[in-house]
Design a protein around this ligand. Structure first.
Ligand code: SAM
Length: 340
């Protein structure tokens, strides 16, 4: 263990076998090592990203997801461009330096509509992150030209047969194509995986981590799979918090200078899960700006807890929590490559 952790700290490279040993460990020295590496490379600042979940309409069939197209029980919503821009403006006024636009794959938001939204939001001097799924190279290029800075698209799992099984009518190679296109276009590119999917193995999680490294991902978000009662996986077990924390911590060791969020799913499965994640390698926090009405409808998994950041004074509330663990809110836009 000690040899593997020292090797990771010094070289930021591990073999698949070494990663498996860390994944099977009790995690305590791994978490401490990841915290040290986080401190050395990205410091004590925590970047806040204001999240707007602007549509829960989705054409996808992901078997684990509560807003999948086949779930007829969801009350669907779609924010107007004006509403999205106004929420982003409010977020920027209350101090958020990044706005994340996330949603289902909703054809209403054409290339032109998205470009217009991005251009308007960029006027507020914020970084813009998109997370709207698989699109064409042309769309990604247009969004980039309109001013988008980052893009989040989890690979979900690098195990091709598991991917196929969990994503009927979707194509693993297209998801890879998207990630390579995003990198090529100069986005800060984020990916990640779900932990504890049915039939997922420790070996495949080790492959996921090596994939993050090989892509040179700029952001990696991981979280436990949480079963949703209106999906085909409703009777499956939740993923483990500790295992998700270990995947996250190893990712920090291998990609020391990237941005790693303490995900909401971590908090949902374990009280204070996000603060624990921040002490085990994470340096990003994504409060929800959508407002309670929408947040409750964006139920990708049950009891999706989130800090409701649409209320006033939220930044100082978060600041207080962060101070308790010796951290502070970052004042810059939080790019991996420090371009402010
Ligand atoms: N449509 C976009 C995409 O595909 O990247 C963004 C929205 S999607 C709902 C955001 C993320 O939610 C997915 O990447 C997935 O990992 C996560 N997610 C969906 N269902 C989940 C579940 N039951 N438990 C935990 N995470 C889930």
């Amino acid at each position: 263990m000690e040899y593997i952790l020292n090797k990771a700290i010094e070289t930021h490279n591990l073999t698949k076998e070494e990663i498996i040993i860390l994944l099977n460990s009790d995690g305590q020295s791994l978490f401490a090592a990841a915290d040290k590496v986080r401190q050395k490379y990205v410091g004590n600042a925590v970047h806040l990203r204001g999240l707007i979940e602007f549509t829960n309409i989705c054409r996808c069939t992901c078997k684990y997801c509560g807003i999948r197209v086949e779930n007829k029980e969801v009350s669907r919503y779609r924010m107007s461009p004006e509403e999205i821009i106004s929420l982003a403006k409010k977020g920027s006024k209350s101090g958020f330096r990044t706005i994340v636009l996330q949603g289902g794959e909703d054809a209403f938001y054409t290339k032109d509509i998205m470009c217009n939204i991005i251009k308007e939001i960029k006027k507020f001097d914020v970084a813009v992150t998109l997370s709207i799924g698989e699109r064409s190279f042309e769309d990604y290029k247009a969004f980039k030209d309109a001013g988008a800075d980052r893009y989040l698209l989890r690979i979900e799992t690098t195990d091709r047969s598991l991917y196929k099984n969990l994503h009927p009518n979707m194509d693993f190679d297209n998801r890879l194509r998207c990630l390579y296109d995003l990198k090529r276009l100069g986005y800060e590119t984020g990916t990640g995986c779900l932990i504890g999917l049915p039939a997922q193995t420790i070996e495949s999680l080790a492959d996921d981590i090596l994939f993050f490294k090989s892509l040179d991902s700029d952001m990696v978000g991981v979280g436990p799979f949480l079963p949703h009662s209106q999906t085909p996986l409703k009777d499956c077990q939740s993923g483990s918090f500790d295992l998700a924390l270990k995947v996250m911590a190893i990712t920090r060791l291998l990609l020391p200078d990237i941005n790693i969020p303490a995900t909401t799913a971590m908090e949902t499965i374990s009280p204070n899960g996000r603060l624990i994640a921040l002490k085990s390698g994470a340096n990003v926090f994504m409060p929800n700006l959508s407002g309670e009405e929408y947040a409750s409808k964006y139920e990708i998994y049950p009891e999706k807890s989130g800090i409701n950041a649409s209320k006033s004074g939220i930044i100082s509330e978060i600041e207080e929590k962060l101070h308790c663990i010796g951290r502070e809110i970052s004042s810059n836009k939080g790019f991996r490559n420090l371009k402010n």
